[in-house]
Design a protein around this ligand. Structure first.
Ligand code: SF4
Length: 439
């Protein structure tokens, strides 16, 4: 059923003025199309009419018995689900809805009688007339998320035709900075500012000293902060032999001063490195520099910030519910609401084309051993096949940077190996797209 069509089960009644089961179908109790008590996504007109009826009732508070039953029902569901709480961003979003509702009075809902500051904090509660609903992830369910806005950045050349892609947006001391890969073979890293309209200014080539481990190119930057200094991780392409073939790729990083001059330049190393080292995700905790080496099992390295020498310090196993291929790294993790948010990419191999790169999100504890808490089972952003430039290019959404601002996530990513893009996501949508991992 699409928006504005009449629901086929159009025989609704108002069951009660308590929170559950609220408005429902007299035949089925719930909308059987999206298995949701409010038929919200499909916009069922009959349900809306019933909700209007409720909304237009005079603003008289429910009886003490009805109110007690309503609170008891909410509290029982919340306890049974393990007492999950809503994020600050999600609370603000719901508060704004209630404040604009005629049923709101003195921090209470006059329909269910609940005190809203408490009701909104519990992630299992919902509005009696479906204006907002329980977070599905607390029940092991989730909702697909997608960007609320996509911006294609105009960053070609110089010289003309030289691609820019795989870009990293980062909040450094309140300043939005932006790094990107410029060129394909023999690429360089550029760094600039990016404003509210996503216009990149002051961009200049980072003067990364060339050496054996990066002479073939400096690619796919990810910005991070350590001890108050801005760092840029990049992939160094190492060449070998008279034909100058690519020998291996190295995870490297440069430390920058306040004028973005390179003051340190190192490549990571550890005992059992692979030939192709790429998507490490650096973050700081307790004065130490760490990197996510592998998402599953969640493998964390401690990195020497002077030399880049690394060692595995934590590895935690968890059930992997990701549905879109190999889990690979992405943006540097962002500390938010007491946990780290990590936007990663999944890679689905295909024998028939060059494969598909998609974006997902997971959170992990902000303390050792940095266990994974929640994860999106499905991508939150996928490439549009119609935008692929040709059969030699994979389908690519390749996230390399993330910032959180004003209740939304802003993700920067490489698009189809050809351009830089920004995707905005509503914070609540990302939360609802994740399922709990750590019980
Ligand atoms: S919960 Fe909030 S939005 Fe829903 S009816 Fe009550 S006041 Fe209105």
């Amino acid at each position: 059923m699409t928006k504005k069509e009449i629901c086929p089960f159009a025989d609704y009644l108002i069951n009660s003025r308590m929170c559950s089961p609220k408005v429902g179908c007299s035949k089925h109790g719930v909308c059987t199309i999206n298995k949701d008590s409010q038929c919200k996504d499909h916009y069922c007109e009959a349900l809306d009419a019933a909700a209007d009826q409720l909304e237009n009732l005079p603003n008289t508070p429910p009886t003490a018995t009805a109110k007690a039953a309503s609170v008891a029902s909410d509290f029982g569901s919340w306890l049974a689900s393990g007492c999950p709480m809503r994020s600050a961003g999600e609370r603000e979003r719901i508060k704004a809805i209630c404040h604009g509702c005629p049923k709101y009075k003195d921090n209470s809902c006059t329909l269910c009688g609940c005190r809203l500051s408490t009701k909104i904090s519990w992630a299992t509660t919902d509005c009696p007339i479906g204006k907002w609903d329980a977070d599905k992830n607390v029940k092991g369910e989730y909702r697909k998320a997608s960007p609320s806005r996509i911006v294609d950045l105009d960053l070609v050349g110089p010289p003309p035709g030289r691609v820019t892609c795989n870009c990293s947006i980062f909040n450094f001391r309140g300043r939005r900075v932006f790094a990107y890969r410029h060129g394909w073979g023999g690429a360089d890293v550029y760094l600039g500012d990016i404003n509210e309209e996503y216009k990149v200014t002051n961009a200049r080539r980072l003067a990364i000293p060339q050496n054996d481990w990066n002479a073939g190119g400096r690619e796919d930057p990810r910005l991070f902060e350590y001890q108050g200094r801005l760092y840029c991780m990049y992939i160094g392409v190492q060449m070998r032999g008279s034909g100058r073939r690519i020998f291996r790729t190295n995870v490297c990083a440069v430390g920058l001063d306040d004028d973005w001059n390179v003051v340190s330049n190192w490549q990571t190393g550890f005992d059992r490195r692979a030939g192709w080292e790429k998507n490490w995700q650096f973050f700081e905790h307790g004065g130490k520099l760490y990197a996510i080496y592998k998402i599953h099992p969640h493998t964390v390295f401690e990195v020497d910030p002077e030399t880049g020498w690394s060692k595995k310090v934590y590895e935690t196993k968890y059930p992997n519910h990701w549905t879109h291929g190999a889990l690979r790294g992405g943006a540097s993790p962002v500390y938010h609401n007491g946990v780290f948010y990590s936007f990663f990419h999944g890679y689905l191999h295909s024998r028939h084309d060059k494969g598909t790169y998609t974006a997902g999100c997971y959170t992990f504890e902000a303390k050792p051993p940095f266990r994974v808490l929640k994860m999106t089972p499905e991508p939150i952003h996928v490439p549009d096949p119609s935008e692929r430039p040709g059969p030699s290019t994979p389908y690519v959404v390749y996230p390399c940077g993330a910032v959180h601002e004003n209740g939304k996530w802003v993700i920067s990513y490489g698009h189809m190996d050809q351009s830089c893009r920004i995707a905005e996501f509503d914070e609540g949508a990302v939360e609802r797209a994740m399922i709990p991992i750590l019980e």
